[in-house]
Ligand binder design. Structure first.
Ligand SMILES: NC(=O)c1ccc[n+]([C@@H]2O[C@H](COP(=O)([O-])OP(=O)(O)OC[C@H]3O[C@@H](n4cnc5c(N)ncnc54)[C@H](O)[C@@H]3O)[C@@H](O)[C@H]2O)c1
Length: 360
């Protein structure tokens, strides 16, 4: 993810001429060789293996946090205390309490924050939001979303920090489902109530250093929930990190009384729309291919059909960051918005443990 941020920082002023000019002052990574090489390749002025050096560098205004989840809280609190704006990868923290502490610190600091929910910037998603607002599918009453990948589907994959609550926090919930919740919140409004189940598909994994021994997996591979939104609409969310064949299956369908919208991140330039207002003989899903009519596609390329990619979403996110810092855009999602997302995933863990419905 550090590479994605650096690529976006390098691209943003070329793609978006209205954004304040960015300077790359310092790259920090404990891995000295790789870090030094990246710092040079991406044009950072300085490199350090000690991340606290960025805090005392007066030329640094914004700190990107792209380290493993367990380091986000310490780094974000230190950056805010040093008077730096914070652009942090998701999830905010390992626990809901820690995410809450980060949101309070951000509010008190008066500094700006942004969290890496890059999928929200996709012009196809913004188009879905516009279509819903304009009533293209009528009264919206149901959201069904899935975020599946297969990076932990293989039972032979060794045990790692990702398998432990102590080091990773939640499993598929913090890694994948948070993105699904971010999309649900943008398109449907906030989730207010849920009932969930979680499941560990691979309960033990071989230890990399001692292949004759196994380590316990104590966070979930799979999670599913029934949810209610503040509007009264209902939904189903499901996420798995052990779903063979799914590479970035971040997908949803939104049901309304006059139609349906569907999306799949694996085909991120396409939105599918069904309208019950079409003549019966014409009814069917049509594909809206993202193009210059869907901002900010044209800032990347003028030609139709050439398509955007994941790293372009990160460039749009950094543009939001720069415009937000210049006071021209609302920074969304900031630490408070991200806390609302994390309440949902931790609510899902609690619901699964207690067997009860959770009001958020
Ligand atoms: N927004 C997205 O779509 C998305 C996608 C993937 C990952 N992420 C998030 O990005 C974060 C990083 O994930 P990743 O897959 O890039 O992890 P990674 O393990 O590939 O990279 C982490 C980097 O942090 C460095 N690091 C570790 N400890 C450090 C320390 N004490 N000081 C300085 N550097 C240190 C490592 O050397 C490494 O370069 C996670 O929070 C993850 O959830 C977000």
């Amino acid at each position: 993810m550090g590479k994605c941020h650096a690529l976006a920082y390098n691209a943003v002023n070329g793609v978006f001429s209205d954004c304040p000019k960015l300077r790359l002052e310092m790259l920090c990574d404990i891995n000295s060789d790789a870090g030094r090489q990246f710092a040079e390749a991406f044009g950072f002025k300085q490199f350090s293996t000690e991340w606290r050096d960025a805090l005392t560098n007066p030329a640094v205004d914004i700190i990107s946090i792209t380290t493993p989840n367990g380091l986000h809280k310490e780094m974000a609190l230190a950056a805010l205390a040093a008077g730096k704006h914070v652009y942090c990868e998701k999830p905010l923290a390992l626990t809901l309490a820690d995410a809450g502490i980060m949101a309070v610190a951000a509010r008190k600091s008066g500094l700006k924050t942004l969290v890496g929910y890059n999928y929200l910037y996709n012009p196809a998603i913004l188009n879905a939001a516009r279509l819903i607002k304009e009533g293209a599918i009528g009264r919206v009453y149901f959201f069904r979303g899935v975020n599946d990948e297969d990076y932990m589907a293989d039972p032979a994959l060794p045990h790692s920090w990702r398998c432990e609550v102590k080091k990773a926090g939640t499993g598929t919930l913090g890694d994948l489902a948070v993105h699904l919740v971010s999309l649900a919140h943008l398109l449907m409004g906030n989730i207010t109530q849920l009932t969930a189940q979680t499941y560990i598909a691979h309960k033990n994994r071989l230890l990399e250093d001692h292949p004759d021994k196994t380590g316990t997996v104590d966070n979930e591979d799979i999670a599913s929930a029934f949810v209610s939104f503040e509007s009264g609409a209902r939904g189903e969310l499901s996420s798995s990190r052990s779903a063979w064949g799914r590479k970035n299956h971040l997908t949803f369908e939104i049901h309304g009384d006059a139609g349906m919208i569907t999306f799949d991140q694996e085909r991120m330039n396409e939105l599918r729309l069904y309208s019950s207002h079409d003549k019966p003989e014409d009814q069917g899903f049509r594909i809206i291919l993202t193009g210059p009519e869907h901002p900010p596609y044209a800032s990347f390329i003028a030609s139709r059909g050439h398509q955007l990619g994941f790293n372009d979403l990160k460039t749009m996110e950094v543009a939001n960051l720069l415009r937000g810092l210049a006071g021209r855009d609302e920074l969304y999602p900031d630490f408070d918005d991200a806390l609302r997302i994390e309440r949902v995933i931790h609510g899902m863990v609690r619901s699964s443990e207690t067997g009860s419905s959770i009001t958020l």
